[in-house]
Design a binder for this molecule. Structure first.
Ligand SMILES: Cc1cc2nc3c(=O)[nH]c(=O)nc-3n(C[C@H](O)[C@H](O)[C@H](O)COP(=O)(O)OP(=O)(O)OC[C@H]3O[C@@H](n4cnc5c(N)ncnc54)[C@H](O)[C@@H]3O)c2cc1C
Length: 308
């Protein structure tokens, strides 16, 4: 990322919300379930799977957390009705983790049980490091109480991840492996690009060695190549792992993976609480300054469309 882009990233929270919304619209399926279902159908038609994220991380009270759990159950029903290939990704803060562990557990279990009743699967997203212990604990509790249709996310950025993989090994966990989006202190996290990549490869090796089904979640070409190397060296069949990418990020690369015969799942967020998610995506967009400039110029000079 260039100097201008990193400066813009620091000032993103000061960028007016309508502008953030316009330039981040490609990362969000829409505000309601119907819009998300249309995107899932299109992805399925392109040979891709989906996972739906109901946006909403800063719930103010138990009712909002219940409403998010209900929205997930509704989405699962809609996938079944529409014969859509999609599972769900939940954020524990959205299900009330910061309001109370038990409240969150009840909401999560209701979604996981509903998914099981409909032959579906729930991925628990991983948030910042203040939630890692609780997230892993809740995951283990669910698995130990008999729920099989639930998976976890591990972040290569965190130094603890290899140890977490070893501690989870008895569960043969279904894991989404990603770099990790949250900027964490250097005591607990790798900060430089190459160390995060190395940690990703090592974590993937350990997970495959332990027989885990892995969702390899990255848009980093080098990591995709390393993952293809590791999975084919093990002779894994196409249905024994999957690649995962975010809606609106490097779609051409995703098409390439599908053409090569890989399973690809697209993370598809929808909802009215689009702001925090959009900021994180823009922070990762290497061309963020260009997009902001194009949008602004597009609005100042009539006849230009702004963002492509
Ligand atoms: C399916 C999925 C689920 C995820 N779930 C979680 C989670 O639960 N917890 C968590 O902490 N993180 C999650 N992440 C985010 C992840 O941790 C990374 O922050 C993110 O994927 C960027 O890392 P990268 O591996 O793509 O590599 P990068 O090096 O960041 O990106 C590689 C290249 O992809 C392109 N790119 C990346 N992001 C963008 C963007 N926003 N806009 C345009 N181009 C872009 C750029 O060309 C960049 O050079 C998830 C990612 C995916 C794909």
């Amino acid at each position: 990322m260039g100097l201008v882009d990193s400066a813009i990233v620091r000032f993103l929270p000061a960028v007016p919300k309508p502008l953030v919304r316009r330039i981040s619209s490609r990362y969000i399926a829409g505000e309601d379930l119907d819009a998300a279902l249309r995107v899932v159908r299109r992805l399925n038609d392109e040979g891709k799977l989906a996972t739906i994220d109901v946006l909403g991380e800063e719930v103010a009270g138990p009712e909002e957390a219940h409403a998010i759990a209900t929205a997930y159950r509704d989405a699962i029903d809609a996938f079944e009705r529409g014969h859509l290939e999609s599972n769900v990704s939940v954020k524990l803060t959205g299900l009330g983790l910061k309001l109370g562990y038990e409240l969150c557990r009840e909401n999560l279990e209701s979604v996981v049980q509903h998914a099981a009743d409909h032959g579906n699967f729930v991925r628990i997203d991983m948030e910042d490091s203040s939630t890692t212990d609780d997230t892993l604990r809740l995951y283990r509790e669910l698995r130990e109480s008999g729920h099989e249709n639930v998976g976890i996310v591990l972040q290569a950025r965190l130094k603890r991840t290899l140890q977490d993989i070893r501690e989870l090994a008895d569960q043969s966990p279904n894991v989404r492996l990603c770099k990790g989006i949250y900027l964490e202190p250097p005591e607990i996290a790798y900060r430089d690009f190459d160390s995060i990549r190395a940690s990703f490869v090592q974590a993937l090796e350990e997970l495959l060695e332990g027989g885990s089904y892995v969702g390899i979640a990255t848009h980093d070409e080098w990591l995709v190549e390393q993952s293809q190397r590791l999975t084919s060296a093990r002779g894994l069949a196409p249905d024994e792992f999957e690649f995962q990418m975010l809606l609106g990020v490097r779609p051409a690369m995703g098409n390439e993976l599908v053409r090569a015969g890989h399973r690809l799942r697209i993370y598809t967020p929808f909802g009215r609480d689009w702001y925090a998610y959009s900021l994180r995506r823009l922070q990762e967009n290497p061309k963020v300054a260009g997009y902001i400039a194009a949008d602004t110029v597009g609005r100042l000079i009539p006849g230009r469309n702004g963002v492509s």
